[in-house]
Unconditional design. Structure first.
Length: 202
């Protein structure tokens, strides 16, 4: 699913990279990814239009870069949650949901993250995906307490993480989009996870 920007982007000084990233996030927060405009990006970043294409193949490449950065942050948070819950993937999902919603409801980046989560949901992407080249899947694998799960093989873990991730993101999107309250989202997520646990926990 993902690419990285061209090497010319990483050769920029940090101040200019941050300025471009800020312009990308601003534009990708304005509306849907489809509505995003390269013209607005280059204007906000104060760079020539030609420079944009020296850094990214196209708008989609820039979107993927921002999503990629989000995934790496998400993985770090999941690592922390798993450590704090002794590897309980279900309890970690609740904590991840709480953290995501609380942070976004008090931050202006909620529109950007909503768009990212919707894109990941559409692509059915999980950090455990076999095609995911980012982060450290083996570390995540080791942090999950598999002794409490009814797994026939390692492949089962891949699917259970994918299901839990989808559930968590879906509820977060519903709350961020103001289709339900945070408490309603928490209750729904707990109910969904409880149903899943009945078939997965020993």
């Amino acid at each position: 699913m993902f690419n990285v920007p061209k090497s010319t982007f990483f050769n920029l000084n940090e101040e200019k990279r941050i300025k471009i990233e800020k312009a990308l996030k601003t534009e990708f927060s304005r509306g849907s990814f489809e509505e995003a405009s390269v013209s607005n990006i280059v204007t906000n970043a104060q760079i020539p239009r030609g420079s944009f294409y020296q850094y990214f193949e196209d708008k989609e490449d820039a979107i993927k870069y921002i999503i990629q950065k989000f995934i790496l942050v998400e993985e770090e948070l999941i690592n922390e949650m798993l450590i704090n819950t002794n590897g309980d993937i279900f309890e970690s999902a609740i904590k991840m949901y709480d953290y995501t919603v609380e942070e976004l409801l008090k931050d202006n980046s909620f529109k950007l993250v909503r768009n990212i989560l919707q894109e990941l949901k559409k692509e059915n992407f999980s950090i455990f995906d076999k095609n995911n080249k980012f982060g450290n899947k083996s570390q995540l694998n080791n942090l999950i307490n598999k002794k409490t799960l009814n797994l026939d093989n390692e492949e089962d873990l891949y699917y259970i993480v994918k299901i839990v991730t989808t559930m968590t993101r879906t509820e977060a999107i519903e709350v961020i989009s103001k289709k339900k309250t945070k408490d309603q989202g928490t209750e729904d997520l707990k109910r969904e996870l409880e149903i899943l646990k009945r078939g997965m926990k020993k």
